[in-house]
Ligand binder design. Structure first.
Ligand code: NAP
Length: 242
């Protein structure tokens, strides 16, 4: 059995990815930060459909707590290793840069960019030793194009894109692929306050995407079938930006 870690698996896109990977036969470690009941809901959906997994709390922006949680998991499961990690945990805190306080800048960078490092770097040795790995980073249209009011979020996601390309070159020979998935507008808690009626007019497919649609792409990247794809940033945005 293969083991996958999905950060921010309690809600939205991360939940759909966790369910998809479990359907593919992965044992899924569903990480969450504060919303335990939603993480349990994700796990219940997995187990109700004959899948396997567990929930694991840690804040990806806190390197000590992240390492401690992953080390405890490894200590309790010495024969197992996490071969697939989906760095999905993230949030936005939008404001024009002219009014952006340092703490707003830091909070978004710390979660998306430093969170990616805190989790991924700690899992690399096991992947290298076992000569297989899938690292999938959920970035954003905002990191590809840049969006006003999101200098912090665009910078964090663009940083992860740069790291994706660099790490793919470091790990290719070890049969570890590293890719990024860049969603446009997807219906989740993160986008629930956006004016969907107005925004969808700009989207050629004329609607927001569904978390399951992102999960299907991630599922492919997590599979053996995607072995020759690495260092890529794959847009999934209904044609909004190509
Ligand atoms: P969401 O519904 O708000 O869910 C966010 C998830 O991230 C939750 O599971 C949350 O855990 C977790 N999380 C947040 N901060 C965390 C931390 N410090 N440590 C651990 N977990 C943390 O958001 P979403 O829309 O599914 O977004 C998922 C990813 O897709 C994010 O990286 C986001 O930037 C990206 N994205 C989303 C969209 C979109 O339109 N929705 C578009 C582009 C990219 P709790 O439940 O415990 O709070």
């Amino acid at each position: 059995m293969k083991y996958a870690l999905v950060t921010g698996g309690s809600r939205g896109i991360g939940r759909a990815i966790s369910i998809k990977l479990a359907q593919m036969g992965y044992y899924v470690i569903v990480n969450y930060n504060s919303n335990k009941s939603e993480a349990e809901n994700t796990l219940n959906t997995i187990t109700d459909n004959s899948g396997k997994g567990e929930i694991l709390q840690f804040d990806v922006s806190d390197i000590e707590k992240t390492h401690s949680a992953l080390d405890t998991w490894k200590h309790n499961n010495p024969e197992k290793h996490i071969s697939t990690v989906v760095n999905n945990a993230g949030f936005s805190s939008d404001i024009l840069m002219v009014w952006m306080e340092k703490n707003i800048w830091d909070s978004v960078i710390n979660t998306s960019l430093n969170g990616f490092f805190n989790v991924t770097q700690h899992l690399l040795t096991d992947m290298i030793v076992n000569k297989f790995g899938r690292i999938i980073n959920i970035v954003s249209l905002s990191g590809v194009k840049g969006l006003p009011g999101q200098a912090n979020y665009s910078a964090a996601k663009a940083g992860v894109i740069g790291a994706t390309k660099a790490l793919a070159q470091e790990l290719g020979k070890k049969k570890i692929t590293v890719n990024a998935v860049a969603p446009g507008f997807i219906t989740t808690d993160m986008t629930k306050d956006l004016p969907e009626k107005e925004l969808k007019k700009m989207i050629p497919i004329n609607r927001f995407g569904k978390p399951e649609e992102v999960a299907n792409l991630v599922g492919f990247l997590a599979s053996e079938e995607s072995s020759y794809i690495t260092g890529e940033v794959i847009n999934i945005n209904g044609g909004l930006y190509t």
